[in-house]
Design a protein around this ligand. Sequence first.
Ligand SMILES: Nc1ncnc2c1ncn2[C@@H]1O[C@H](COP(=O)(O)OP(=O)(O)OP(=O)(O)O)[C@@H](O)[C@H]1O
Ligand SMILES: [Mg+2]
Length: 459
Amino acid sequence: MSEIAISLRNVSKCFKRYERPVDRLKELLLPGKSRADEFWALRDINLEVPKGQALGIVGRNGSGKSTLLQIIVRTITPTTGEVRVNGRISALLELGSGFNPEFTGRQNVFFNGQLLGLERKHIEAKFDEIAAFADISDFMEQPVKTYSSGMFVRLAFAVAISVEPDIFIVDEALAVGDEAFQRKCFGRIQALQERGVTILFVSHSAPSVIGLCRSAVLLDKGEDLLVATPKTVISNYQKLIYAPVDEAEKIRENIRNGKHFIKNEKNEILLEASQEELEYKTSSQTKNDDFYETYDPNLIPKSTLSYVSCGAFIEKPYVTTIEGRRVNFLKRRKEYIYTYSVKFLEKIHRVRFGMVIKTIEGFELGGAASHTIDKPIEYVDKGKELQVKFRFSCYLQPGVYFLNAGVLGRLNHSEVFIHRLVDAAMFRVHPEESDTSRSGYVDFCVESQILSFNCVVEE
Ligand SMILES: Nc1ncnc2c1ncn2[C@@H]1O[C@H](COP(=O)(O)OP(=O)(O)OP(=O)(O)O)[C@@H](O)[C@H]1O
Ligand SMILES: [Mg+2]
């Protein structure tokens, strides 16, 4: 147990919902007959989070994410099941919890800090640091009810981070901070992670979950549908949210069946990248010049995910040289063409085509659409097949990259994906020489220059 920070066994939560507030009162006064509807916000959740792991929690609105966090921090008791927490928790839950709107920022630092288990002395010693992090200047002396939601989250985060927790929990709150503040918070969370703090992170932002977490859980209608790498969880989550209503149950069933817990001999859950991801990670930088601009039939994505079609199908995605030769080993700084075909099974209005290039972790590096949203192709007839070509420059560092493909069109007065392929194609960019001086993903064509001067050095 000591290596597990959080363990949930068969945890369920049933809320009672009353049609009228007076029914709740009647039930209290006249016990016996229940006047409530039962609503199961969580059903039979099993989860173990090893110490030091960052777990993302992903799911639609109302899927039970906040309820789960509140059960872990013990502001809600589960209806059934067992919860064990090993270590001191600091949590940044939904806006407003743990703050008194009538108190000033300064008073709330003490009020909230004490709720989080800090002694007054400790808060006094940390106050300047907290105020500096929140960086809301004079508003510190104003009542919190006058704050913008961004200011509020600045203060709440500053207090939560000052606790020096073993387990740090963030529920979406950061999304309301501005970009600079979000960067600062992510920096702090990463620093906590390096110190071995366990992190639970609820977010709808795919890049944040992928960037921060090592594993993720997909909650849907109170059920833990999938525990896997963030990339797998996010792509399945997106598949689910874009699914037409009548297909959703089938998709849910498929995800549920693919649910995988990889355990070690001590029965601890290990969540590893798929074999494919690992293979390409380890071998992506080893080949030499001879491999430029070739096609390896084995370098094809095994993670291709086809969304439910709403009237068109994307097929045959591939990359070629400008001359039209098929390749998946690309040379840096050259131009290539990404091609796919689309068969239209229905007449679709206001059509656009899209592409995205992503890293192996699923982080979107950039993309483009064939048309702007105000000047799409007016319509494409049923039975047509179109070939879409995107010419792009390969300003990427050596490594493996994935491509998405998408057809957008108008259905029920809004623009939706008519069809989408995630990880439709992949390619590898080769190093030109034994080049270890580069980093990151994007090749900015940096050239360095060193100038030499004499300077006076005092002894
Ligand atoms: N105190 C309560 N009484 C009754 N129902 C509740 C209560 N708290 C939450 N629920 C219901 O439980 C379900 C899960 O709510 P929860 O807040 O956990 O969802 P969530 O995944 O955090 O959603 P969001 O993405 O919108 O934050 C919702 O249907 C919600 O209406
Ligand atoms: Mg929530």
